[in-house]
Write a protein that binds this ligand. Sequence first.
Ligand SMILES: Nc1nc2c(ncn2[C@@H]2O[C@H](COP(=O)(O)OP(=O)(O)OP(=O)(O)O)[C@@H](O)[C@H]2O)c(=O)[nH]1
Ligand SMILES: [Mg+2]
Length: 204
Amino acid sequence: MAEVKLAVLGGSGAGKSALAVRFLTRRFIGEYASNAECIYTKHLCLDGRQIHLEIYDPCSQPQRGKLSLTDELHWADGFIIVYDISDRASFAFAKALLYRIRESHIGGCKKMVESSVFLVGNKQDLCHMREVGWDEGQKLATDNKCQFCELSAAEHYQEVVAMFMKVLRNITSNFKAKEKRRPSGSKSMAKLINNVFGKRRKSV
Ligand SMILES: Nc1nc2c(ncn2[C@@H]2O[C@H](COP(=O)(O)OP(=O)(O)OP(=O)(O)O)[C@@H](O)[C@H]2O)c(=O)[nH]1
Ligand SMILES: [Mg+2]
């Protein structure tokens, strides 16, 4: 069974928890605890392959301060970077996150991470309060060679599922490419690192 680790990152209130919970439970519940980070786990079948998925949903991140992300970069196989289309500050935060991920990629921290990054402009239902244009999101994604979509965790269940499935597909195809290129010994080293890095876990 393939193990996939996905980190959902973004500014405070962008909708990280809403997206994760919507994907995992189909529901939009409106209010989400933001004082504790957690990892949700789920088994699913993707293109006939069994996947053990872990989704990391961090607690509120300060808009300022150092974006070290060191743990997340080592832990995650892929990232969903979320901003709120009605909040320009969250877009700036997403931009900084993408920069940090790209930087680590150049430094060789995690290979082939770019194709496993999805930039999401959330709260599309609030387009009457829009502060970030669709074209700005698309350009940021193109500049960082990642995928992009706008959606609403509140209103678009199918789009949320489609977005998660696209990321998962890219991650698993990266796995296949890596398996072809590396000896199996390095896989157990990656597992060892993952086991050392523990977070609170929730099963859904
Ligand atoms: N209108 C609208 N509201 C949304 C949407 N997604 C999330 N929200 C609301 O935005 C607020 C923040 O959502 P969360 O999912 O808690 O955001 P978060 O990024 O997890 O926030 P922190 O954990 O505090 O960093 C909540 O009140 C949600 O109900 C959306 O698509 N549309
Ligand atoms: Mg949250």
